[in-house]
Design a protein around this ligand. Structure first.
Ligand code: CA
Length: 225
């Protein structure tokens, strides 16, 4: 296992240079080591040479498409995969998860959203160095700990994963389906499962201060101090 303080390595395969350059810059600014490619022709060499912790894959690429490449990434090791799809290409999204993608973004997307998704996937895999802070809450998911106002929170493993996913996406609203997919690994569970765990998490968080995990009615949840 790699040193968790090492900078995360991200490979970006996107033929549209403006998007590729934007993603490379945004993730570099977050402290990642990033390489950009216009197609998947060097993917095999990149997986063994650059050894990315996460690969951002556009679906529509010259040569082999992003979903075929996702299969290669999944077979080669345990790198995270975030797929970029065209607007409303629902079959692409479903195929993306079938091909082993951890998450997807629909174009056009805000760079802040891409960064949040990448951070959440890396965090969940223990590849995001250090702790994430929201107000007086500090979540160090790789270290398996969380504190609020300096007090250690006694969280179950599921609650810590849930909290880690929520704070990894701070500033965004995440749906119950996204939470089921990302925290439980499958989207077909009962959404009440999410509500039950959010309630339990809130009880533990709110012993130490005001509400942090907010309900966005009809959409899901967001974390903000
Ligand atoms: Ca493309």
């Amino acid at each position: 296992m790699r040193d968790k303080q090492a900078r995360p390595r991200v490979l970006v395969v996107e033929d549209e240079s403006a998007i590729r350059d934007g993603v490379v810059t945004a993730l570099s600014d977050e402290g990642c080591v990033v390489e950009g490619r216009a197609d998947g022709s060097t993917l095999g060499a990149d997986l063994t040479g650059f050894r990315p912790d996460l690969v951002v894959l556009d679906v529509m690429l010259p040569g082999r498409d992003g979903l075929a490449l996702a299969g290669d990434v999944r077979r080669a090791g345990d790198a995270g995969i975030v797929v970029l799809t065209a607007r409303d290409a629902v079959p692409d999204r479903l195929a993306g998860f079938g091909a082993g993608a951890d998450d997807y973004l629909v174009k056009p997307f805000a760079m802040a959203e891409l960064v949040a998704r990448v951070r959440a996937v890396l965090n969940r895999r223990g590849r995001w160095p250090g702790a994430v802070e929201v107000g007086d809450l500090v979540v160090d998911e790789p270290a398996g700990s969380a504190t609020r106002a300096g007090a250690a929170l006694e969280l179950t493993a599921t609650e810590l994963r849930l909290l880690g996913y929520l704070v990894g996406n701070r500033g965004r609203t995440v749906s119950k389906t996204q939470i089921l997919t990302q925290v439980w690994g499958y989207e077909d569970y009962d959404p009440n499962l999410v509500e039950v765990h959010v309630s339990a998490l809130r009880r533990k968080l709110e012993v130490h201060g005001p509400r942090l995990v907010h309900t966005v009615r009809g959409l899901g949840y967001t974390v903000r101090a």
